[in-house]
Design a protein around this ligand. Structure first.
Ligand SMILES: Cc1ncc(COP(=O)(O)O)c(C=O)c1O
Length: 357
């Protein structure tokens, strides 16, 4: 069932099914990946991240650094935006240059959960790798949202959850991508012992052909499947398989093309609302980049300070379950799989009312 879900996820992340593994949950997978890909040395010990990742990512990185006996103050390099909430690619590349000699890993979100900014994954990946840095991506807000080509972009590893754009329900089983070059299992000599990238091991990462030999010789499954630790829950996989089967009726290419227009329409209606307002200080502003190439479906609406609770309550009273992120953001994401243009229009009417006098 996990393999079936991996096959069904191939178009979503742009990897072959053997580079995808469906297992555990997102933060656990980040830890598993870092156990294998974050190997600090005296010279290269830093992790580059952004200033305000989703807290779980921050904790995961921080605890990995501490686990290796290092000081987070010295080994975590946090990129602060140079312009409002947006972190430009140039700033990221500059930071990479600045710390190129002593950085082991860069771990960034594909789409930043608060601002909705989509990072230039291929450019940043290639730039960091050319300087000897391994590159991982947290795609919680990007998988099922924008087109991804993880294999072609040569990404080392990526992790995502399935309970946002992939609709499998909160806490549902997550996915990870490991580039094929890191999943190789080679038998170089006659000892029978394979060589492979070191990882945290468990029986379920073991090759099916010998998994039940019970001789304590770990031979990993080739590919991302070899990074599994435990037996995944069949009920979770069934739920995800249902969600993915809907994606398989279309393609990320088609979904993205509808999303671009739906999001532009939402943006247009919000621009109109602001233009019509007589308030001197606008009630809100959209902090997500205006350039469609730098965002997914999400528009992050930064409300005037103090409005969040009242606005979200008014939205809920009008049948809109509100996705709020403290201190002041609501995230409006006209997801193309099930949102019509009319729904966007209706939502904006409700928002207008919620912001009203
Ligand atoms: C960017 C990001 N990282 C980590 C998590 C945590 O996911 P999990 O509870 O599956 O570890 C989330 C969940 O919303 C997230 O959005």
């Amino acid at each position: 069932m996990a393999e079936d879900c991996a096959i069904k996820s191939a178009d979503i992340v742009g990897g072959s099914s053997s580079e995808i593994v469906i297992m555990s949950t997102l933060t656990i997978n980040l830890h598993l990946m870092m156990a294998s890909f974050y190997k600090p040395t005296e010279k290269r010990h830093k992790v580059i991240l952004e200033w305000k990742p989703f807290p779980s990512d921050h904790y995961a990185i921080e605890s990995q650094v501490v686990w290796h006996g290092l000081d987070p103050e010295k080994s975590m390099i946090k990129i602060r935006p140079d312009d409002d909430f947006i972190i430009t690619t140039e700033l990221i590349l500059r930071t990479i240059d600045e710390h190129a000699e002593d950085t082991a890993l860069i771990l960034l979100p594909g789409i930043q959960y608060y601002s909705g900014q989509l990072f230039d994954i291929p450019r940043i990946t290639a730039y960091a790798q050319a300087r000897g840095i391994l590159v991982g991506w947290d795609l919680a807000h990007a998988a099922g949202n924008v087109e991804l080509k993880l294999h072609d972009w040569n990404v080392d590893f990526a992790c995502w959850c399935t309970y946002k754009y992939i609709n499998a329900g909160p806490g549902s089983i997550a996915g990870a991508f490991v580039h094929e070059r890191h999943g190789q299992v080679e038998f170089k000599n006659d000892s029978g012992k394979p060589s492979y990238r070191p990882r945290l091991m468990g029986w379920y990462g073991g090759d099916k052909r010998v998994r039940f030999n019970m001789d304590n010789t770990f031979i990993p499954t080739a590919g991302a499947g070899g990074y599994q630790v435990s037996n995944p829950s069949a009920i979770d996989l069934a739920s995800l398989s249902g969600a993915l089967s809907v994606f398989n009726k279309t393609s990320m290419r088609d979904l993205r093309s509808k999303a671009l227009v739906l999001t532009a329409y939402a943006e247009h209606l919000m621009d109109q609302m602001l233009a019509e307002s007589s308030d001197e200080t606008p009630l809100f502003r959209v902090i997500t980049p205006r350039d469609p190439a730098q965002r997914g479906t999400q528009l992050s609406v930064l409300l005037r300070e103090g409005l969040l609770e009242n606005v979200s309550q008014a939205l809920e009273e009008n049948g809109v379950i509100c996705d709020k992120r403290k201190p002041d953001v609501i995230r409006v994401a006209p997801v193309p799989l099930y949102t019509r243009f009319e729904d966007v229009w209706k939502f904006m009417e409700v928002l207008r009312g919620a912001l009203g006098p």
